[in-house]
Design a binder for this molecule. Structure first.
Ligand code: ADP
Length: 423
C-alpha cells in the first residue's frame, strides 16, 4: 500500500513538472510582464511575488489537454506505461486464444481463452505435439526458422466441436526470443458464408425452374405449335402461371431482405389485434371460399392491443392463415383464436390459427421455418408456395420479441400459436 502511495506521489509530481515545463514560455512571458509593470508602476514586491506564485499555480493546474505534448513527452509517457505492463496481463486482456512460446516451440504462457479452447495445454508443453496438423507445423517452422517475422494460416480444430481458426504467429521482439500465436475464431463467419451460399443456390434454383419452363414453351410456340391455336392458348396460360410464380418468389425475397435491412422495430406504436385479424380474414375470404374453408373467430373480450408494427403483424397472420386454408383445406374449417396469455414470464396475447387438415409430421416441425424448407415440395408448388412464408413469419416475430409455437398431430390438423408480449 505504502509503495503504491509513493508511486502515486511520484507520478503526480512528474505530471506537475511536465505541465510547468510545457507552459515555460507562457510563464516566462507572464513573469516578465509582471516585472515590467513592477519597474514602471508603484507596485510592492510582495504583490509581485504573489502574482508570480499565482501564475505558477495556474500553469501547474492547466488541464493536460491544453498543454502541448512534445514527442519526448509522448515517448516518456509510453515508456512509463509499458514498463508497468506485464506480458501475462496483456495476454489476459486479449479475448482470442493466445499462446506465447519459445524458440524450441515450448509453451511459455497460454491466456484463459486458450486454456478454455484447447483443453490440456500448459506451460512446458510442446506446441508441435499439441498442434500436429501440417498447416500448424508449417507455421511454427516458418516463424522459428526466421523465414518470416509473422505468418498466418487457416486451421480447423476437430474436437470437441469443429472450430475454424485463422492463426497468426509472430515474433515478440528481437531480444526476447519469444513468439506468439493468436487464434481468431472464424466458425461463425464460415457458417454465415455457407448459409448465404445455400440461400443463393436455393433462390437461383427456384427462379431457374419456372424460367426453364417458360423458355421451353417459347421454343415450342416458335416451332411445332406455331400453327396450333389451342396449344398456344394452353402454353400461354402455363407461361403466365410461371411468371406469377417468379414474381411471388421475388416479392418474398424482397420482403426478407427489407426485414434484414431494418433490424430494429420503431418503438411506441400499438397494434389492435382484433382489427388486424378481422382485416386479414376479410382479405383471405376469396381464397377460403375457393378452397371451401370456413373461417371461425374466437376473440377474447375487451381491448387486444400489443406494441408492434401493424403491417408486419398483418403479414404474419396472413401467411399463417393462408397456409391453414391451403394445406389444411381438407379439414373444411379454420379457427382463429385471440386470448390473453398469463402463463409466460410476462403477460401477453396468444393468437392461434388452427386447421383440421392432414397436419405436419413431427420430424418436420423443427425445420419448417427454415428458408425454402417444405414438407412436400410438389404440394407447396401447386399451392403457389415459395417456401419462404414461415421464415418471413419467424423474422418478424423475432423483431417483436414474440414466439411461434407449432403443435400438430398427423391426420388431425395443425395449430400455429403466436405469443406477443403486451408491453
Ligand atoms: P410455402 O410457401 O411453401 O407455403 P411456408 O414457409 O409458408 O412455405 O411453409 C413451409 C411448409 O410448411 C409448406 O410448404 C408446408 O409443407 C408446411 N405447412 C405450413 N403450414 C402448414 C399447415 N397448416 N398444415 C400443413 N403443412 C403446413
Amino acid at each position: 500500500m505504502t509503495d503504491m502511495g509513493g508511486a502515486e506521489q511520484r507520478s503526480t509530481a512528474q505530471a506537475v513538472a511536465t505541465r510547468l515545463w510545457n507552459s515555460r514560455w507562457l510563464l516566462a512571458a507572464g513573469i516578465v510582464a509582471v516585472l515590467t509593470v513592477y519597474g514602471f508602476a508603484d507596485m510592492s514586491l510582495y504583490v509581485v511575488l504573489l502574482v508570480c506564485a499565482g501564475l505558477l499555480l495556474a500553469a501547474a493546474m492547466l488541464p493536460a489537454g491544453v498543454a502541448r505534448h512534445s514527442a519526448e513527452d509522448a515517448a516518456a509517457i509510453e515508456a512509463g506505461g509499458l514498463q508497468q505492463l506485464s506480458g501475462e496481463y496483456l495476454a489476459a486482456a486479449v479475448a482470442d486464444p493466445l499462446i506465447i512460446f519459445d524458440r524450441t516451440a515450448t509453451i511459455v504462457h497460454a491466456n484463459a481463452a486458450a486454456l478454455a479452447a484447447f483443453g490440456g495445454i500448459a506451460p512446458g508443453m510442446s506446441l508441435s505435439l499439441k498442434f500436429r496438423a501440417p498447416e500448424m507445423q508449417a507455421l511454427l517452422d516458418s516463424i522459428l526458422s526466421g523465414a518470416a517475422a509473422s505468418d498466418v494460416v487457416d486451421y480447423t480444430e476437430k474436437l470437441p466441436v469443429e472450430r475454424a481458426y485463422r492463426v497468426s504467429a509472430s515474433s515478440v521482439g528481437h531480444d526476447t526470443d519469444l513468439y506468439v500465436l493468436v487464434f481468431k475464431d472464424q466458425s461463425e463467419a464460415r457458417r454465415i458464408d455457407r448459409m448465404r451460399a445455400d440461400f443463393i443456390a436455393n433462390a437461383s434454383h427456384e427462379l431457374r425452374t419456372p424460367l426453364a419452363s417458360i423458355s421451353g414453351f417459347i421454343e415450342t410456340l416458335r416451332g411445332p405449335a406455331r400453327n396450333d391455336p389451342a396449344a398456344r392458348e394452353q402454353f400461354l396460360q402455363i407461361m403466365h402461371n410461371q411468371t406469377g410464380r417468379m414474381a411471388r418468389l421475388i416479392d418474398d425475397l424482397l420482403s426478407l431482405s427489407r426485414l434484414e435491412m431494418k433490424p430494429y422495430l420503431k418503438p411506441g406504436t400499438e397494434v389492435d389485434l382484433r382489427q388486424t385479424l378481422d382485416s386479414v380474414i376479410d382479405s383471405l375470404g376469396p381464397l377460403a371460399r375457393e378452397n371451401s374453408v370456413a373461417i371461425e373467430r374466437d376473440f377474447a373480450k375487451g381491448p387486444l392491443n400489443v406494441p408492434g408494427d401493424r403491417d408486419e403483424l398483418f403479414q404474419v397472420f396472413e401467411n399463417l392463415l393462408e397456409n391453414a386454408c391451403k394445406y389444411g383445406q381438407s379439414g373444411g374449417r379454420v379457427v382463429v383464436t385471440i386470448a390473453h396469455s398469463d402463463d409466460g414470464p410476462e403477460p401477453g396475447i396468444d393468437v392461434t390459427i388452427r386447421d383440421f387438415g392432414p397436419g405436419i409430421p413431427e420430424e418436420h416441425i423443427p425445420r419448417i421455418t427454415e428458408r425454402f424448407y417444405r414438407v412436400d415440395v410438389e404440394n407447396s408448388r401447386t399451392q403457389k408456395g415459395t417456401g419462404l412464408g414461415l421464415s418471413i413469419v419467424k423474422h418478424i416475430l423475432t423483431r417483436h420479441n414474440a414466439r411461434l409455437s407449432i403443435k400438430s398431430e398427423v391426420g388431425n390438423g395443425a395449430a400455429f400459436t403466436v405469443y406477443l408480449p403486451a408491453h
